[in-house]
Design a protein around this ligand. Structure first.
Ligand code: GTP
Length: 323
């Protein structure tokens, strides 16, 4: 058994304009918010209580996830008036978990913008077998220049946290899922802006505390940019497209490119949709042709609209930066 904290309060600036009206973790991939994919993975790993550490557009999460009973979990909400950074957010959220009563029960922290099929349960087991303060999921990437690198010794112990560099010393990078012993979180200052990556982890390693790397190469994707978000959605879809329950699609419509349609989407006659992400309760009127568009919940696309690489909502129409 374990408890978890999901970091979902960032501004998601690299995803603009997709994050103009939605926090990044609530953007849909394959019909469900990124956060819901993570919640389902956490549940499979035996996590029974999850705190959502929110800030930017915090009000969006509660109506969707409620008390968590729909997923058979307990969900709590921590709200930062001003974003406290990743470490500050974790410390703030941990207050809701009553750290002292947890004993040795591990706390799993998730970056809210990662799709990963690694075994969280195995990461927890590894963490416990090492009696670690913290255990990070590490993933090997071909080109590590854009990431912080995390070298480990032969026993899996983390030896350093290195900022982005031209010639990385290792291809192992921080994959954004950490297991902590509860006592470690108590040492993060409360109510202050703290970065877990730049301050907490380096300080733990420098002071000789046991920090370990759990290496697993299962499917992993950071959905921090529009191109990555579209890829993440396509990766989860098997056929030509995926439609959530309640959609009404005219027989003459052509939907391809692993497009995803949220619930209750209405697609009119002769509509063409290719490689699009479409939110819930969207209406696409007859003859519209859409390619690589992200359409926000409850938007109506007028008949005959032709658009590509755009974010479309009731109030916004802006280009999306896609390669
Ligand atoms: P960019 O602005 O595009 O870099 O995205 P971001 O703001 O989401 O930052 P980043 O990708 O570095 O954040 C990693 C994870 O931590 C994401 O899931 C964020 O939602 C979350 N996060 C980042 N900063 C904060 C914060 O201050 N508070 C909370 N609660 N979460 C945060």
């Amino acid at each position: 058994m374990a408890v978890g904290i999901l970091l979902v309060g960032g501004f998601g600036t690299r995803l603009k304009p997709l994050t103009s009206e939605s926090p990044k973790p609530m953007l849909p991939v394959a019909g469900l918010p990124v956060t819901e994919h993570q919640l389902l993975a956490a549940k499979r790993a035996g996590i029974h209580t999850l705190v959502l550490a929110t800030s930017y557009l915090s009000e969006v999460f509660t109506p969707y996830f409620g008390d968590g009973s729909k997923w058979g979990m307990k969900i709590l909400y921590a709200v930062e008036k001003e974003p406290l950074g990743t470490g500050g957010a974790i410390r703030n959220a941990a207050q809701l978990l009553d750290l002292e009563s947890l004993g040795d029960e591990p706390i799993v922290i998730f970056n809210g913008d990662v799709l990963s099929r690694h075994s969280i349960a195995d990461q927890i087991t590894y963490h416990q077998s090492k009696s670690a303060d913290a255990t990070l999921h590490l993933i090997e990437v071909e080109d590590a220049r854009a990431f912080g690198c995390v070298p480990t010794d032969d026993d899996g112990r983390v030896t350093a946290f290195l900022e982005k560099m031209e010639n990385p010393v290792t291809n192992s990078i921080n994959a954004g899922c950490y297991v902590f012993h509860p006592s470690v979180l108590q040492r993060i200052p409360l109510g202050e802006v703290v970065s877990i990556e730049r301050e907490t982890f380096p300080a733990l390693v420098a002071s000789g505390r046991p920090v370990f790397g759990y290496k697993e190469q299962a499917y992993w994707l950071d959905v921090g940019t529009p191109a990555a978000l579209f890829k993440g959605s396509r990766d989860l879809i098997e056929g030509e497209f995926h439609a959530m329950p309640g959609c009404e699609i005219d027989a003459s419509a052509v939907i391809s490119g692993k497009s995803s349609l949220g619930s209750k989407v209405r697609v009119g006659a002769n509509v063409v949709i290719d490689d699009c992400i479409i939110g819930d309760e969207v209406t696409i009127e007859d003859g519209a042709r859409l390619s690589q568009c992200f359409i926000f919940h409850k938007t109506t696309i007028k008949a005959g609209t032709v658009q590509s690489r755009h974010y479309l909502s009731s109030t916004i129409s802006e280009p999306i930066n896609l390669p």
